[in-house]
Every structure is written in C-alpha cells, then in structure tokens.
Design a protein around this ligand. Structure first.
Ligand code: NAI
Length: 328
C-alpha cells in the first residue's frame, strides 16, 4: 500500500522517543514497503527539543518516512491517526504518593483518550507505554466511549522479552527456541512471568529448568525488578529496550502472532482466568487479522494462581483509586 500509515507518538522528545521514532521511521513497524507518517505530541516546553529530533529524522533520509508533524495539541496531532503509541507520562516525583501519581497521569490520559475518541481514524489502535501503563490505558479507554475497548492495550512486551532473555541465558538456548511466554497482570513489580505454560524447544519450560528455587527466587524477581536494575546500572531508565518492545507490540498487533506461539499484551479483561472484568491486565494473546484474543484453556497451578491473584489485586486497587478520583 502507498497510503502512509499515520502513527502518533506522545512524549516524543523523551528518552524512549529518541529510539522509537528512528525505529518506526526506518520501517521496523510495517516493513520497507509501507510509508509512515509520524505525528509527534509533546508538552509546549519540549517542542524545541523535539524540533531537534525531527532535524535528525530528516538527516536520516529514511525512504519509508513520508512526513512528520509535531505539536502540543492532542486533537490536532491525533487527527486521522491509525496507531497511537502513548509514551509520554508523568513520572513519580520525590514525595509523590500513588494517588498523586494516578491523578497527574489522569490529567494526561483522560484528555488524550477524549481526543483520540473524537479525531483518530476508525481503525485506531492504542498502545500505552507510559507508566503506570495498565491504569493509564484504562483511563484513556474510559474516556473514549466511541472506540471499541479492544483497541486499547498497555505494554508488557518488555517484561515478556526480558523473561525470554533470562530463560535463554539460564538454559543456554537461543531465544528463538522459546515460545509461549506469558506475563500476567500489571507492568509493575507484582507482574507474574509464567514458565509453567512456556516452552523451550517444544518442551515445558518449568520442567526444562527443573529448579523451582531458581524459578521462584531468581527468575521471577530478576524479570520483575529489571527496570530498577537498569536504572542502577545506567543511571537512567530503560529506553532503547522499551522502544524495541513497543515496536514489537505494535507490529505483532498489526501483523499477527506466529503459528504455535503467543505474546503478552495488557488488554481489557473479559473475566478470563478469574481476572476481574474491565481492568487492563496482561494475558497470553494470539493475534489474527489485527484482532487479539486471550489464549484459553491454560492450566493455572496453585503457585501461578497466588501470583496472578496478587498482581490483579494491585490492578483492582489502582482501578478503584482512579474511580474515586473521577478519572474513569
Ligand atoms: P522521559 O521523561 O525521557 O520522556 C517522557 C516525555 O513525555 C517527556 O519528553 C515529556 O515532556 C513528555 N510528556 C509529558 N507529558 C506529556 C503530555 N501530556 N503529552 C505529551 N508528552 C508528554 O521518559 P521515558 O524514559 O521516555 O519514558 C516514558 C514513559 O515510559 C515513562 O512513564 C516510563 O516509566 C515508561 N516506561 C514504560 C515501560 C514499559 O515497559 N511499559 C518501560 C520503560 C519506561
């Protein structure tokens, strides 16, 4: 197709944006034959820095980049967009309570949800990377009554990729041997990376590991606390890997999952696996023709049940908090 796909990115002058924009513009999302038009949203004080990033995009002379528009007004930037990657968010400042954080982000994601509702293309697909990603997606979704709820998602693909990488290193197998990884729940320290339903070279991953102590006391905390470990080592939060996972997520949504595999996406729960209906929680999903569906019929053992319940309880608390604030 020669009609450019319009992709909105918010927080485009930030760290993740500095990697993400170049990946999208170079064709990582839709391939070398699909032109892309970038629509970049920032807050007013960051527009000058964003102009600098756009100069660099120009200087790459990417064949797939059909155009770039920048601005600080969501209704203008989101006009007619097919994909919205909502990266810009309010980070937790010193002394900020969780309620303050949720409220500050509500002030971003409620108006952005409304703007998408009013001006985005009919096939709009929304991915929230900015934290707290699941609840920010819930806020945006709740403020966009005309967009089908299945068009909203939050990013847990970075956690998914981290889990694959850790397992690959532990077993000394290439990442391509690992299938059916699942992150359940919230993109937070309570997330549950599930090896009991994953496969390594066709074999059950938990059995291939054969070390419940490693699974419970090394693997899970390493994946769940990887973000903090990156900050500790790099002096800044994960950005290139978060951008790469955002590309993976949006590409899978557009192009589908491979036969015999699935991915993790945080999507609106329909009550599957006892996850309270209506919250945005990470599930194993397959994607066909641009539509995700939650993989059904997986066995959830007692170990998994406890951990899924804990991460879901956190999401329900976040949901109740934003409800009390009138954000949803
Ligand atoms: P950053 O602070 O470098 O950039 C964020 C940008 O968002 C800033 O340029 C800021 O001006 C902009 N922004 C703030 N409010 C905005 C608004 N209302 N509209 C448009 N832009 C706005 O942060 P970074 O490192 O790029 O991370 C972005 C977000 O992604 C953070 O919330 C971070 O916690 C989250 N994150 C999520 C991950 C995930 O796996 N879901 C992984 C890593 C980061």
């Amino acid at each position: 197709s020669t009609t450019p796909v319009k992709v909105a990115v918010t927080g485009a002058a930030g760290q993740i944006g500095y990697s993400l924009l170049f990946r999208i513009a170079s064709g990582s999302l839709f391939g070398p034959d699909t032109p892309v038009e970038l629509r970049l949203l920032e807050i007013t004080p960051a527009l000058k820095a964003l102009e600098g990033v756009v100069m660099e995009l120009d200087d790459c002379a990417f064949p797939t980049l059909a155009g770039v528009q920048i601005g600080d007004d969501a209704r203008t930037v989101f006009d007619g967009v097919n994909h919205a990657l909502l990266v810009g968010a309010r980070p937790r400042g010193p002394g900020m309570e969780r309620g303050d954080l949720l409220e500050a982000n509500g002030g971003i994601f409620a108006p952005q949800g409304k703007a998408l509702n009013d001006v985005a293309a009919d096939d709009i697909r929304i991915t929230v990377t900015g934290n707290p990603a699941n609840t920010n997606a819930l806020i945006a979704m709740s403020n966009a009554p005309d967009i089908p709820t299945e068009r909203f998602s939050a990013l847990t693909r970075l956690d998914h990729n981290r889990a694959i990488s850790q397992l690959s290193a532990k077993l000394g197998v290439p990442v391509t041997e690992i299938k059916k990884m699942t992150i359940w729940g919230n993109h937070s320290a309570t997330q549950y990376p599930d090896l009991f339903n994953a496969e390594v070279g066709g074999r059950n991953a938990a059995e291939a590991v054969g070390d419940q102590d490693w699974l419970a006391n090394t693997f899970i905390p390493t994946v769940a606390k990887r973000g903090a470990a990156i900050i500790e080592a790099r002096g800044a939060s994960s950005a290139a890997s978060a951008a790469s996972a955002t590309v993976d997520h949006a590409r899978t949504w557009a192009q589908g999952t491979a036969e015999g595999d699935w991915v993790s996406m945080a999507v609106r729960s329909d009550g599957s696996y006892g996850v309270q209906e209506g919250i945005i929680s990470s599930f194993p999903v397959t994607v066909t023709d641009g539509q995700w569906s939650i993989v059904q019929g997986l066995e959830i053992n007692e170990f998994s049940r406890t951990r899924i319940d804990a991460t879901v309880a956190e999401l329900v608390e976040e949901r109740d908090a934003v409800k009390a604030l009138g954000l949803i």
